[in-house]
Design a binder for this molecule. Structure first.
Ligand code: M6R
Length: 616
């Protein structure tokens, strides 16, 4: 949570900081602030509760002198409510040192008591101010921001990214990171720091990863990276795979609408270069081929939407590669003494690659000997860096807080992994692999059809239901994770009570919820599927219809069996069972977005949430 940007160079710090914060606002949006060191050696700062626009208005009303060294922050409150005073930056050394922070300093209470006893006065309720005062005191001793940062971080426990600038050090911004994201942007005569590359991609596509427990000092003409003790450290350079326009709305009314329209492309890009002549080629997994051949169990760890993608991955990997697969919420995993060994492959799924719950679960698994593979959408993020191997999804930057295109890309990557394992283990014959690949390759065009054909009708339904209090979602087999995803989207976007159920579970309790008028979305399996699931789900529909439910069925073209029992049928193109979820999920993404829009809510930045959850 929290977005961080730092700049040194000849340009306008304010332009760079505000542009970076705009692109990082998805990380947190309850307050924002900047500090800029002007050429006359004074630090100008403004910080305000509310979205970034409030800060921009404040800067218009009460401008500060621009300069060539600056830091900016957009906040998701942890310690202390979202107020002007608690907004970042915070100050040390009598206001001559400005600090911004992402994460949680776990020992802040002890440190605060110690600092108060030593005569320091706190203005805010934040843990960040402890760091600001510690770095400020260390600067008074050392006269050097990097050395001061080193001294201060030695006292801090928890997860943090800190950026600091000092009035006596023009052209210097120092960053430190422990279990919290920070990347470097390398420019010509200017350099940048950001929580992720979106902070500076408008200015440069050259970036560098910073490792765990490292400190970076940027100047206009150089970048120095050390560990926390000051020993020089290596940082890996990479090229950002997308340009700034990919993270702009580009005329769409919301990022979410744009990102739903990009779902076909997200699947196509995740497949690109990885399927040839009916076979899967994943060169990024070559180095770990031995390990993959040896695996006897897969454990998928993820949270939220990524965990629902993981459930689909389980069904496919078990069916194709015949390996037992478990899916677990990352935050539950390490607190139950799980059984792991070197033949367990832990697959983490994370759009951001920074979700703290998932990062901690991966570290736990790795420390206990498991092999780790990351499925991630964000280059240079912590989870892929700390994993044995990474399979990047290529969904492009996802800015809306609710995940949409990343979900279909994650499912695609998990399916590729399933096919890769099946090929390595010889559990699927080459023609069967080729058949599955042909299905996968047909998904983007089918997805485009769904986006085009379903959008208008779903928008009408959503507007008609704008005062609905509760919506249920049912699905079975691969339709079940889709039902969960539909319910999550509605909760987080439209603030409506929503539940997703396995349709077969209904009779074990949830059917008691059905009363006249209850809206129920049902994800209907294909009638062409040889299993009897279609008939069973149609029976479930009749059961709830008999009790007064209003049923919206999502069913394939030509499925006439659902028509007599549904109030509305949303059609999807024909696909084999494993590929239906990639299509049936789209109407539910659109529904959540349209219902939130009908209620006048901000679909890109729902209340209380942040895109990247970097606290446990
Ligand atoms: O970045 P990650 O994929 O690790 O994020 C996981 C969840 O926090 C995320 O999917 C969340 O549930 C979204 N709000 C869903 O729309």
């Amino acid at each position: 949570m929290c977005g961080i940007v730092g700049y040194v160079g000849p340009g306008s710090s304010l332009d760079v900081l505000l542009g970076g914060l705009k692109r990082l606002e998805y990380r947190g949006y309850d307050s924002a602030g900047v500090a800029v060191l002007a050429d006359d050696g004074t630090i100008g700062s403004r910080k305000r509760a509310g979205k970034l626009g409030v800060l921009v208005d404040e800067l218009d009303a009460a401008p500060i002198t621009d300069g060539r060294t600056g830091i900016g922050h957009t906040r998701w409150a942890t310690h202390g409510g979202p107020t002007d005073v608690n907004a970042h930056p915070h100050f040390g050394d009598g206001g001559r040192l400005a600090v911004i922070h992402n994460g949680i300093i776990e020992n802040f209470a002890e440190l605060k008591a110690e600092l108060i006893a030593d005569g320091e006065v706190f203005e805010s309720e934040t843990d960040t101010e402890v760091a600001a005062l510690l770095i400020g005191r260390a600067f008074r001793e050392t006269g050097d921001v990097t050395a001061a940062m080193q001294q201060a971080v030695a006292r801090l426990e928890g997860a943090f990214t800190l950026l600091a600038l000092h009035a006596d050090a023009p052209g210097v911004v120092v960053g430190a990171r422990r279990s919290s994201p920070l990347v470097i942007g390398l420019g010509e005569g200017e350099n940048f720091l950001g929580s992720d590359v979106a902070a500076f991609v408008e200015h440069t596509r050259r970036a560098m990863e910073i490792g765990e427990d490292q400190i970076v000092t940027i100047r206009p003409d150089r970048v120095d990276v050390t560990d926390f003790s000051g020993a020089p450290a290596q940082a890996k350079e990479f090229e950002i795979a997308w340009d700034a326009s990919a993270a702009e709305k580009g005329g769409w009314p919301s990022f979410m609408k744009k990102e739903i329209s990009e779902e076909p492309e997200a699947v196509a890009n995740t497949l690109r270069g990885r399927v040839h002549d009916g076979a899967v080629t994943l060169p990024e997994l070559d180095e770990v081929a031995g390990m993959l051949g040896d695996v006897n169990r897969v454990l998928i760890l993820a949270c939220g939407t990524a965990a629902y993608a993981g459930m689909l991955g389980k069904y496919a990997i078990e069916a194709w590669a015949r390996i037992p697969v478990d899916v677990e919420l990352s935050h539950e995993f390490r607190y139950r003494d799980p059984v792991l060994d070197e033949r367990t492959l832990v697959v983490s799924v994370s759009q951001s690659g920074e979700t703290m719950d998932t990062l901690m679960a991966v570290r736990y698994a790795r420390d206990r000997g498991a092999r780790t593979l990351s499925i991630c959408n964000t280059q240079g993020a912590t989870i892929p860096r700390e994993s044995d191997a990474v399979l990047y999804t290529h969904a492009g930057p996802e800015v809306a807080v609710a995940s949409t295109k990343a979900f279909v890309a994650q499912v695609t990557a998990l399916y590729l992994l399933g096919l890769h394992l099946a090929t390595l283990r010889g559990t699927l014959a080459a023609p069967d692999v080729a058949g599955v690949i042909a299905e996968l390759e047909s998904v983007p065009a089918k997805l485009s059809t769904v986006v085009e054909s379903a959008s208008a009708r779903i928008a009408e339904l959503a507007h008609w239901m704008s005062d609905t209090q509760s919506v249920l979602f049912l699905g079975r087999h691969v339709g079940f994770p889709v039902a969960l995803e539909g319910a999550l989207k509605l909760k987080e976007l439209a603030y409506i009570h929503a539940e997703g159920f396995a349709a077969g579970e209904l009779k074990h309790g949830p059917i008691a919820l059905i009363e006249p008028g209850q809206i129920v979305f049902v994800v209907v399996p294909s009638p062409r599927d040889p299993s009897s699931l279609h008939k069973k789900v149609v029976s479930n529909i009749q059961e709830i219809r008999a009790r007064g439910a209003r049923v919206i069925a999502i069913a394939e073209l030509g499925d006439v069996a659902v028509v007599p029992f549904a109030d509305e049928v949303i059609r999807i193109p024909l696909a084999a069972p494993f590929f239906e979820p990639l299509l049936t999920v789209v109407p539910l993404h659109i529904f959540g977005m349209e219902l939130a829009t009908a209620k006048g809510l901000d679909v890109d930045q729902p209340r209380n949430l942040a895109k990247s959850v970097t606290v446990e």
